[in-house]
Design a protein around this ligand. Structure first.
Ligand SMILES: [Zn+2]
Ligand SMILES: [Zn+2]
Ligand SMILES: [Zn+2]
Length: 176
């Protein structure tokens, strides 16, 4: 199923000759698609993609599973875009948050982490597993909370829109 999806995307975006190229290229095609969806969303809201904002978005896309803080984003952006200031990074993150294309992850350690989240309004946030030992953050893509959500809806007559669940513990590596 996953492979079929990748191939379909490839056909949609690039020509058939892509099939001779390696797997790495296909991964890049998918992130280009995310960029296209994102660009469309930004255009809809009138967000101007300046070169500096573009550089911030590129870093977010490239490191999207890493949950970076503004300071970490700034350090990465500076490599290719040395003229950028931390204030521009802060402002860009604030704008992206207002538009609703990023999610914030607060681990109560005084630093907000970000990730691109394009279908925020359609589906529930993924959960995060946070290792107490090495601080690694693992994403759980499955919701797994449907039965709890149903119970809450039934008992409290409360309609759940989303949730923000963090599990703290030890990762596979640290458990050894
Ligand atoms: Zn849910
Ligand atoms: Zn760990
Ligand atoms: Zn995440």
């Amino acid at each position: 199923m996953g492979i079929i999806k990748i191939l379909q995307l490839t056909i949609n975006i690039l020509s058939i000759t892509i099939f001779n190229k390696d797997y790495h290229l296909k991964i890049r095609v998918i992130s280009m698609t995310t960029m296209d969806i994102l660009k469309e969303k930004l255009r809809e809201t009138g967000f101007k993609i300046t070169p500096q904002r573009r550089a911030v978005i590129d870093i977010l896309l490239k490191h999207n599973t890493e949950h970076l803080s503004s300071e970490q984003i700034y350090d990465l952006v500076r490599v290719d875009c040395p003229e950028i200031g931390l204030a521009t990074v802060y402002r860009t993150m604030q704008l992206l948050d207002e538009i609703g294309v990023i999610s914030k992850l607060n681990l109560d350690d005084g630093c907000i982490r970000y990730e691109i989240s394009l279908n925020k309004n359609e589906c529930h946030n993924h959960h995060h597993l946070i290792c107490k030992n090495c601080s690694k953050i693992i994403e759980v893509q499955e919701d797994l909370l449907e039965s709890i959500e149903n119970k809450i809806q039934e008992i409290y007559k409360f309609d759940i829109i989303d949730h923000d669940v963090k599990f703290y513990g030890l990762c596979e590596d640290c458990k050894k």
